[in-house]
Design a protein around this ligand. Structure first.
Ligand SMILES: Nc1ncnc2c1ncn2[C@@H]1O[C@H](COP(=O)(O)OP(=O)(O)OP(=O)(O)O)[C@@H](O)[C@H]1O
Length: 350
């Protein structure tokens, strides 16, 4: 059975049991709410979120990976081809997507491996959010395939019976329900879909909020929170899960511009939270994170340097460069160089 429901930092969950759950936190909570009630007929599960040691951007020209047909890239590409793929959680293979006449993705290919913290960057409108939605199973590619732990996904997440991987999508907007308290927002899925008693949900909500460094805000309404706090509440909602269910699958979180609109310090808080809920990190309570891998779409340099280990650069519908975060600023790829410097001169035209 398939059920879809919502969460502000929106987890989309699939399970390897007969139930599948998708959680969303989109821009319009009401729209999501109605979507949720239409679809959420049976079982569901809930998800979590992530952290890892940060890396600083630095120059390392010798290790850059360039996608311009250079022999170095071809060589590395061949090496990667022969790599062991047993740790690949998600793979997009030659994905195409158009909206009407507008071709957005024209053969996007990449892999997300177990334990990775991956960033997708590139000019505005190049299809980064579209890629996240395709990974999440909210949009189907026109052509090409998405593999979840080696299994080809057919159609949308709602069509899936089996996946073995929970995928959560955290939208740019916190997408909290305005009329619900923080407790009700964070525990939304549990109140709606689990058999957990209210006091137990309340406890789990409290723990989830504590994991993102928030205490004593359970009874507040979203309007009483700052933008940064709303994002943290949304993150708490994305990492909450039904503690009465066992066998929780590995989970991947997808963040769409998690620090957009935040001041530098609030951005740092969110970037560290993203790290902290990752399996390589520790949350505010000192517990290891539960998110196995995550993907962040961002334009912010601080988020790239603080929360991301490997980057995919999307341009004109393709991944035109990929490399470790520290290789980004030293890349000799003209597209990357222009983007990194913010120059108006170069191959990217506005
Ligand atoms: N559902 C849709 N219907 C029609 N067009 C869409 C839809 N979703 C996205 N687009 C268009 O596809 C293009 C890529 O959008 P997308 O949001 O994926 O880009 P992006 O790289 O994330 O942009 P930004 O960095 O500005 O957030 C845009 O031109 C957008 O208007």
């Amino acid at each position: 059975m398939v059920s879809l429901s919502v969460a502000p930092l929106f987890p989309l969950t699939t399970s390897n049991s007969a139930s599948v759950c998708a959680r969303f936190a989109a821009g319009d909570a009401r729209m999501i709410n109605s979507f949720c009630f239409q679809h959420n007929k049976g079982h569901r599960k809930i998800v979590c979120a992530c952290v890892v040691p940060s890396q600083n951007l630095r120059s390392d020209e010798s290790s850059s990976v360039i996608f311009n047909g250079s022999s170095k890239w071809e060589h590395l590409s061949k090496l990667r081809e022969s790599e062991d793929d047993s740790d690949v959680l998600i793979e997009c293979r030659d994905v195409y997507k158009s909206f009407g006449e507008k071709q957005i993705l024209s053969g996007v290919s990449f892999k997300i491996r177990h334990g990775e913290a991956v960033g997708i960057i590139g000019p505005s409108g190049t299809g980064k959010s579209t890629v996240l939605k395709i990974i999440a199973g909210l949009l189907a590619p026109d052509k090409g395939e998405v593999y979840i732990r080696g299994r080809k996904r057919a159609g949308l997440i709602s069509d899936e019976e089996l996946s073995g991987l929970r995928i959560g999508l955290v939208f740019q907007s916190a997408a909290l329900f305005d009329s619900l308290t923080v407790r009700e927002n964070v525990g939304f899925l549990l109140y709606e879909n689990s058999s957990m008693p209210a006091d137990q949900i309340s406890e789990v909500v409290k723990e989830s909020l504590a994991a993102v460094g928030l205490k004593g805000v359970e009874d507040r309404l979203p309007s009483e929170l700052s933008g940064g706090m709303k994002k943290r509440v949304a993150l708490a909602r994305s990492i909450i899960y039904d503690t009465t269910k066992d066998a929780i699958e590995p989970e991947v979180l997808l963040y769409d511009e998690p620090t957009a609109g935040l001041d530098p310090i609030a951005s740092t808080v969110v970037e560290d939270l993203i790290r902290s809920v990752h399996i390589k990190g520790r949350d505010a309570l000192g517990n290891p994170g539960k998110i196995v891998s995550y993907v962040v779409v961002t334009h912010q340099h601080s988020t790239i340097s603080r929360a991301i280990d490997r980057l995919l650069f999307l341009h004109k519908g393709k991944v035109v460069w990929q490399g470790m975060t520290h290789e980004f600023t030293s890349s000799i790829n003209p597209i990357v160089q222009q983007f990194a410097s913010g120059s108006l001169d170069g191959p990217i035209k506005y």
